[in-house]
Design a protein around this ligand. Structure first.
Ligand code: GLN
Length: 448
């Protein structure tokens, strides 16, 4: 009730939510109360969690920030949603996002504008902008987001909260509407690293319904936090290539101060190099649209959501997609179709895949020398709403620090590390190897 009241007071201004069904929320809360009264214990019993509108929740709409899915009702729960229910969580409502998770500012949502709680004239980041704005603005205790090229880590950095992109395959993608299947991962956006550890423990694990999900045991992630603020024995790498030209000097100094702080907590800091990092952004913006163009072919006006009638099935398909998809989604479909077309496949798609392997090798080498890497999460602080909407390439470039880890399938945590002079939050990115969630959580917890 307290969170619902906060939403009632604050969300008209913030725009984090796209749907809150008060009765459904209270019904789940009452059920949690009953489970508690019966002596049951569950890790998230009664904890309200907001869900990004890209995840299927049985009996609810799932719009993915798009007009094309209007009228669609999900017939099943995503695995991570089912696991949250098992853990006792109360599903709070659905939070806003860039259409089909394509974007970095939530401005590509067809549904509403989401604002940054620290400065409502600025973007909350994206694509999980509703998740981050909701948590940072006190309208959710925790939330689930999804990260394909930075969509959990970057909005967490822009809004001053914690965001964790798990290792590819750590969390099931069953029921997550696919954007780029080889990159998509579900993860928590929270107020603290401890909360992120709790949530990850609830949603992680093997799922026979997702063939890419990893069959690895799920540790108790909160145990990884037991060493408190002690980082003795840990080596943390500082990758030269992440302190790029164009990095905002205030972000650089906040991150360097965070690195010094980790040194005082006992960590050894070592400079490392990942020379192929600079190719990652180009490879990402070939691979992600390529996969998106294939994944979005299913929105044909016949199987899901909105339909615009036409004289023939092709005409119906064409009209439905012309009316239903926004400009960024169309841009990605065209880009993706182009790089996959015969004659261009070798020059673009295949080359991007080879580049992806090189980026992955760089991380493998780096993790031979250190336990985790410390980097800035974003090159700039949150910008003004509308500032970059006419320049999609400038927005793509801003993903330069988050996309390498996505291509490599490794895990990454974003934790707040101070503010710019104008009072805007800065995020520290902690990257860990495959299944290195315990390490990044430990470092993040010690630091915060
Ligand atoms: N900003 C990136 C993109 O637009 C990443 C989005 C995401 O991680 N879903 O593709």
């Amino acid at each position: 009730e307290a969170v619902l009241a906060a939403i009632g007071r604050g969300d008209a201004r913030l725009g984090a939510y796209v749907r809150v069904d008060r009765e459904r929320v209270l019904e789940q809360a009452r059920a949690a109360d009953e489970r508690r009264a019966a002596g049951e214990t569950a890790p998230l019993l009664g904890v309200p969690v907001a869900i990004k509108d890209v995840l299927n929740v049985r009996g609810e709409a799932c719009t993915c920030g798009s007009r094309i899915l209007e009228g669609y009702t999900a017939p099943y729960d995503a695995t991570c949603v089912a696991k949250l229910r098992e853990a006792g969580a109360v599903l709070l409502g659905r939070v806003n996002m860039d259409e089909f998770a394509m974007g970095s500012s939530t401005e590509n949502s067809a549904l509403r504008t989401t604002r940054n709680p620290w400065d409502p004239g600025r973007v909350p980041g994206g694509s999980s902008g509703g998740s981050a704005a909701g948590v940072a603005g006190g309208l959710a205790v925790a939330s689930l987001g999804s990260d394909t090229g930075g969509s959990i880590r970057q909005p967490a950095a822009f809004c001053g909260c914690v965001g964790l992109k798990p290792t590819y395959g750590r969390v099931s993608r069953y029921g997550l509407t696919a954007f780029a299947s080889s990159l998509d991962q579900v993860g928590p956006v929270t107020r603290s690293v401890q909360d992120a550890a709790l949530l990850l423990g609830a949603i992680a694990g093997h799922d026979p319904r997702d063939t890419t999900s990893l069959d690895a045991p799920v540790p108790d992630y909160t145990e990884a936090l037991a060493s408190g603020t002690d980082l003795k024995g840990m080596t943390l790498g500082l990758p030269r290539e992440y302190f790029v030209e164009g990095l905002d000097p205030e972000i650089e100094s906040a991150v360097r101060a965070a690195v010094d702080h980790c040194r005082t907590l006992g960590a050894e800091i070592r400079e490392v190099s990942l020379p192929r990092t600079r190719y990652a952004i180009s490879a990402y913006y070939i691979i992600a649209p390529a996969e998106a163009s294939a994944n979005l072919a299913r929105f044909d006006g016949i199987r899901y959501g909105n339909r615009v009638e036409g004289a023939s099935p092709i005409e119906l398909y064409r009209r439905t997609r012309a009316a239903g998809f926004g400009p960024e989604v169309k841009r990605r479909i065209i880009l993706g179709t182009y790089v996959l077309s015969s004659g261009y496949y070798d020059a673009y798609y295949l080359r991007a895949q080879k580049t992806r392997t090189l980026v992955r090798e760089d991380f493998r080498d780096a993790f031979g020398q250190c336990d985790a890497l410390l980097t800035p999460c974003t090159p700039t602080p949150p910008y003004r709403i509308g500032e970059k909407t006419d320049d999609p390439l400038a927005m793509y470039l801003d993903d330069v620090l988050t996309t390498p880890a996505s291509l490599a399938g490794i895990c990454g945590l974003s934790v707040p590390c101070g503010f710019t002079d104008a009072g805007l939050p800065v995020g520290l990115q902690i990257l860990g190897p495959q299944l290195g969630e315990e390490t990044v959580l430990r470092v993040g917890h010690a630091y915060e």
